[in-house]
Design a protein around this ligand. Structure first.
Ligand SMILES: [Ca+2]
Ligand SMILES: [Ca+2]
Ligand SMILES: [Ca+2]
Length: 340
């Protein structure tokens, strides 16, 4: 019996390898440059450069494109709303993803997060980010950095809506079970990740850190070098509130650098939030889908308010005015692209 099981496992393993070779030899579909302005169309579920998905109840109102902004006259937006009935988890809210993969290039979005002043302890997160994880995908070679942990190609802009002065930015290369604990009674999820958290109203940088095969949320190692902690201070934007008006945020993803920025609301100049040029092994090299979402968290409270994990008691909506992607090299379809 055991031998039969083993041979089946070997057969499945061979099939898996064969499929990987087939997939690897095909050129993955890549997104061309795009500017999605979410214009008004006959169909509110028609978005040119994004698909919608959710593991939640998919209430009709949770995503609408081409509707009038409720806060800025004259613009049409993509509105993503949390259904209070949906459970906690990023996948349970509305998720928009590019149908094809993106890679090195410049990403930008003009958006306004929901105003949560009526429920200051709500636990909810808005995301503008790239994402690809080996666990659910095989259309690219898995574990390209050969550390036994699922590759997780992700670059984040995140807002916890309980404090709209704060921005979370970061990038992952891995997220999954640690090889040492996989198959044991106590499997542990670990990640390799760089992250920074800033209060833009005060200019305080709460942390700039690196996790190396540690559980998510670990204290990690504080980054202090010029390459990994630049700029080391940020001028405050007095009164900054990501829920009070639209702002433009973006990131530039290069093979050897990731630079997060926003447009200064007063001057329009590019305000660099983090210009990371540390070890390349900490910079994801793998293509990913660009995603937009809003979701309830019951275990991630915002810095300064440990109570901010309540289920939403109302419908909170994030509005995206536009989203753009500009690859550095339009011929970059292999994953090995150069900055052009
Ligand atoms: Ca896989
Ligand atoms: Ca890996
Ligand atoms: Ca628009």
């Amino acid at each position: 019996m055991e031998a039969v099981v083993k041979s089946k496992i070997v057969a499945i393993g061979c099939l898996f390898v064969a499929l990987q070779i087939v997939f690897s030899s095909e050129i993955p579909q890549m997104m061309d440059r795009f500017f999605e302005n979410f214009p008004a169309r006959d169909d509110e579920k028609s978005v040119r450069y994004f698909d919608h998905g959710t593991g939640g109840g998919n209430a009709d109102y949770t995503w609408r494109s081409g509707i009038a902004s409720r806060s800025e006259p004259g613009i049409s937006v993509l509105a993503l709303s949390m259904d209070p009935k949906d459970p906690a988890n990023p996948w349970m809210g509305p998720n928009m993803n590019t149908p094809n993969l993106c890679h090195f290039g410049t990403y930008a979005a003009r958006l306004k997060i929901p105003d949560a002043s009526d429920q200051p302890d709500v636990g909810a997160v808005v995301g503008f980010f790239t994402y690809y994880n080996d666990e659910s995908r095989d259309d690219l070679p898995n574990d390209i950095n050969e550390n036994g942990i699922h590759d997780n190609s992700e670059i984040d802009f995140e807002w916890h809506i309980a404090d709209p002065r704060i921005i979370y930015i970061g990038a992952y290369t891995d997220y999954g079970l640690s090889p040492e604990t996989a198959g044991t009674d106590n499997p542990v999820v670990v990640t390799r990740q760089i992250s920074r958290c800033i209060n833009l109203a005060t200019g305080e940088i709460y942390y700039t850190k690196h996790l190396d095969s540690q559980p998510p949320g670990s204290p990690g190692t504080t980054l202090t070098s010029m390459e990994e902690n630049y700029p080391s201070c940020i001028d405050p934007i007095p009164g900054f509130d990501a829920s009070a008006q639209f702002h433009t945020y973006g990131f530039d993803w290069y093979p050897e650098r990731i630079r997060w920025w926003m447009l200064h609301p007063d001057t329009g100049d590019t305000l660099v939030l983090w210009d990371y040029t540390g070890p390349q092994e900490r910079i994801t090299q793998k293509p990913a889908n660009l995603m937009l979402n809003i979701w309830h968290t019951n275990n991630w409270s915002v810095i300064g308010n440990p109570n901010a994990t309540e289920p939403p008691s109302d419908i909170f909506t994030v509005e995206f005015d536009w989203v753009s992607y500009t690859p550095y090299n339009n011929d970059d379809s292999t994953g090995g692209g150069k900055v052009g």
